[in-house]
Design a protein around this ligand. Structure first.
Ligand code: AMP
Length: 150
C-alpha cells in the first residue's frame, strides 16, 4: 500500500514523475541531490511516506532515514581528505513554515561543511530569561510529565 500523495512534489520524485538525481533508495527511504545546494553534495533524504512534520511519520520510516543519511554523509566526505579527516556536515530537518520548511514532505538535509563560507550558517538567540533556573526546573517537570503520557 502506498503512503504517497498525488500532488506532493517529493512524492512525485519518489514515483519518478519528476526527475531527480537519485543517490540511494530503500523500501522506506529515497535520497537525492538538492536542486538548490548550499554546498557541494547537499542532499535530501525523504521517507516514502507523505507527511509534513517529523511527528506525522511512523517510527519504522524514521528508523530507515538516518542510516541512509549516514551513508550519504560518508560518501560525500570521501572526495575531501579521506574518512579520518572529515571536515564536518550538518543534518537539518525543518518542521513547518515558521521553521523554514518550504516543501511539506518530511526531509532531512545532509549539508557538507567544508569551510566557513559554504554550507549551513547556524546561529540562534539565547534570551537571558530562558536560562533562569526556576523556569528551567518548572519546564523540565512539565515536559517529563507530558512525555510520559505519549
Ligand atoms: P526546506 O526549506 O527544508 O523545505 O527545503 C526544501 C529543499 O528542497 C530546498 O533545499 C530545495 O532546494 C529542495 N528542492 C525543492 N524542489 C526540489 C527538486 N525538485 N529536486 C531537488 N531538490 C528540491
Amino acid at each position: 500500500m502506498s503512503h504517497l500523495s498525488a500532488n506532493c512534489i517529493f512524492c512525485k520524485i519518489i514515483r519518478g514523475e519528476i526527475p531527480s538525481l537519485k543517490l540511494a533508495e530503500s523500501a522506506k527511504s529515497y535520497a537525492f541531490l538538492d536542486i538548490g545546494p548550499t554546498a557541494k553534495g547537499h542532499a535530501l533524504v525523504i521517507p516514502k511516506y507523505c507527511g509534513e512534520k517529523l511527528h506525522d511519520i511512523p517510527d519504522e520510516y524514521l528508523a530507515d532515514l538516518l542510516p541512509m543519511a549516514k551513508k550519504i554523509a560518508l560518501a560525500s566526505q570521501l572526495d575531501v581528505k579521506g574518512l579520518d579527516s572529515t571536515p564536518g556536515y550538518n543534518i537539518l530537518q525543518n518542521n513547518g513554515r515558521i521553521a523554514h520548511q518550504v516543501v511539506p514532505h518530511v526531509h532531512v538535509h545532509l549539508i557538507p561543511k567544508r569551510d566557513e563560507e559554504t554550507g549551513l550558517q547556524v546561529g540562534w538567540p539565547q534570551p537571558a530569561d530562558a536560562a533562569d533556573k526556576d523556569q528551567l526546573a518548572s519546564l523540565h517537570k512539565d515536559l517529563v510529565e507530558r512525555i510520559s503520557k505519549l
